[in-house]
Structures are given as C-alpha cells and as structure tokens.
Design a protein around this ligand. Sequence first.
Ligand code: CS2
Length: 488
Amino acid sequence: MIPLSNLTLPNLPENVAAPGYDRTKLTPGIVHFGVGNFHRTHLAVYVDRCLARGETDWAIIGVGLKPGGEAKAEAYRAQDGLYTVTEYASDSGVSCRVIGAMTAYLNAPAEPEAVLAAIAAPATKILSFTITEGGYNLNEETGEFELGTITDLSGRPQSVFRFVVEGLKRRRRAGLGGVTLMSCDNLRSNGTVTRKAFLSFAEAYDPETAAWMEEFCRFPNSMVDRIAPKVGSAEAERANAASGLADKLPAIAEDFIQWVIEDDFADGRPAFEKVGVELRSDVHAFEAIKGRMLNASHMMMCYPSVLMGHRVVDRAVADPRIRDLLLAFLDSVAIPLIAPPDGVSLKAYRDMILRRFSNPAVGDQVLRICHDGVSKLPIFLSATTQETLEKGGDPTILAYHLACFRSYFFGMDDKKEMFEVIEPKLTVQDEAVVRDGTPLDFLGITPFASLTLQKNDEFVTAFQKACHVIENRGAGSAFAELVAPLVY
Ligand code: CS2
C-alpha cells in the first residue's frame, strides 16, 4: 500500500485519479470550517474539479474547530492535505480520486492566530461552513441567535462565530473587501440563517464589523446533497483496499452529488457552473423538496429502523415495513404538501430517494442519521407536521414516528440490544422530561414546542397509543398494529 503525500502523487495506482493540476501554483481563496466527511466529498470535490480545469485561485484552507483535533491535523500534515474519495455506485462500480483542493489544514484550538490570518488574507474570498444543522445557534422557536450560550465574546476565540467575526474585523481594519459566507449545511434558507447568526454575533462583539459585513459580505442560500457515511476503521480499510493507498483519512460517498446555489458572491467564485453546480435563483424550492423528502425520509426511516434492529441503511429499507412506511410517508404525507418547480417530478424524486437509500455498496449507518435528531427533526419535519395537522390530515404516521424518536432516547432496541444516542443539543430540562416525563410531556420539549402538539387531540391519542405499544411490544409490533392497517 502506497502512503499518500505530494511525493507519492506521481506514482498513484492506476485505478486512482490524481489531481491533474500543479498544487504548488494554487492560492487559497476559500477558508472552510468543519472538515467533515460531507465537506470532503461535496464542496471540496466541486472545487477540485474547478482546479482540474485550470483555475488556481480557489484552494481550500480547512479549519477544524473541535478540541482534540491534533491527530487529525497531524494526519493531514503528513499527507499534505490530500485524501481519497471513494465513490460506490449501486451497480457495485467503485471509483477512487485523490482530492488536492485542500492545501492546508488548521487545528483552530492549537493555532488560532493562523486561522484569523487566513480569514484576513487578501486572497481569501469565500468562508464556507459545514458546522451541522444545530451549529448556527438559532433558537428553534424564536429564530433568534442564542448569544447567552456563547462563551468567547472575550478572551480566546473558540466558536466559529468569534473566529469569523474577529477575522473580518481585521479585514475591515486593513481596508480589504468583503467576503462570501457560504453555508453548506442542510438548513432551510441556509444563507439567511448564516447571515442572521454571524451578524447577531458581530453586533454583540463589534458593531462596526457588523455594519461592514452587512454592507460588503454576501450569504448565498444553497441546497446541498450527497450521502457521505461515517468512516470507521472497517470503512477505511475497505476504501483503502479499493484504492491501494494507505490513506489515513479516506472519505467515502455514494455516486450521487448535487448542489444548487444562488449566484450571490461578494468577490467572485470558482466557475462552479462548469463542473455540475446549478446556479439558480429559486433555490428555496429545491431545498424544500430535499429537506421535506430526502432528509425527512432519512428521519422517518432511522428511528423505527434502529428500534427494529437495523444498523445499515440499505438493509433497513430492504425491510418491507420500513420501505412501506417511507412510501406511505412520501405519497400520503410529504408530497401532497409540496409545490415543485416546473420540470421537477416529485414521483421521480421519490423513486430516486429509494434507489439511493437502497444502494448496498454505500453502507450508510442508521445511527449516523439518528444522531442529533433534536436539531434535525424540526428542520426536516416541522413544516410537514404543522401543515398536516392544520389540514386535518391523518396523524398516524407522524405520531408513530415521533413515538419511535422518543423511544430511541432510551438507547435500546426491540431485541434489547443497546445502541449509542448522541444528542448534543438536548437541553438539561428536556433531558429530564425525556427520562422521567410522560409521553404527553415529551410532546412539549423544545424541538417541537412551537408545534403545540399537546393541544391536538387526534395527534395526542395516536402518539400515546404508539408510545404504549412500543414500550410494551416494540416498534415492529407498533408498526404492525398501528401503521400497517393504514398502509396496506
Ligand atoms: C442525513 C444527511 O444526517 C442526516 O440526517 O439525512 O446527512 C444526508 O445524508 C444528506 O443530507 C444527504 O444529502
């Protein structure tokens, strides 16, 4: 197995595509926060394609914000920022490509000054983010930025907000131009959310920089889409076996990739339109379809699946109960509420979701999708739930699903196997309700508070019944007793 670094690039195995450009000629134009699997297989891949077409101004400086990132930083240093993306197609085709777009990786807690300098560098034109759905710190109910939870308004920078605003303050003072703050997270109106979050922080930290950002920075909305599983040791071994490389940080993905973004940049951008990105003004419609169909389907399948004992997505959707639940959700709950843009078929989109989830080569993890449900559920299911209830629609599927979500918090499936629950955004108060409260109390926790589900008798009855059956006989039986009669 060949180690990966600038030195070994000329001698990659034949089946591995190399960055076809001279990395020494690149200037970093993008500083990216949150170098996780999604970023590595999405924005970085599009940028890599632009660089392969001869652009030189858009290399990426990756920034990791989490404490304890030394090992990762060290591995990237050893590999000169290179890593492999292995794509798995559903026909079992495998393709491997080394991505050369990231020319530096900064571990923010250890080198804060370097991060600030990167933001303030004259060549930097885009700051991009994959900091997770819950990472923007907006209150689910009020939409306001929760300044109270930010601890680095003074002292050492720690949060993405402080780093960015501090870096932009330097730009302003140096008389440099504005930049584009580009969210690549799965959020409704991710650009608007980014604007709100960073401007709110800036107003509290340095109002002059806030005013400057308002005038000179841009915040395009976008819809991002690609399934990028977690890479544990088994996934890494498999990817390295496919590439023949001893990559310390391999990334894996399905073969599908999509990005629809508003063409609203402060100071230029890579020629994204040449490499498959759709630049459009009606992003909102695409984001609604993706969030309310694909991400909502992920939510819909993951909690029942984990309780029924499934841990891998394609196996879960091969279970007729999960498949039927998904189809019933999409056909009778989600799709009737969506107005697609001209030329987009929601039925075709539905079929594509099922095909993507069924791809047996990807090996996506059910628990990856379960985790951080507290942030994700409201984003992907609240509008659908609210509209369904307003229209007096049948609440059974949504209530069953929420009952599965409640049960997931206890970390044990129908077969009494334990699984890990990771919910960083669950508040202490909500945690107490989840642990000790009744099902009715659960309906009042923060993620659903704005839906006032407790006041909807039909929903409450369906939900309590589902909780009861799940507790006594499991999620599989609850499906058979409560959902199946509706579906078949
Ligand atoms: C998943 C997403 O984490 C999740 O809940 O739904 O990571 C999903 O895989 C991507 O949004 C696909 O584009």
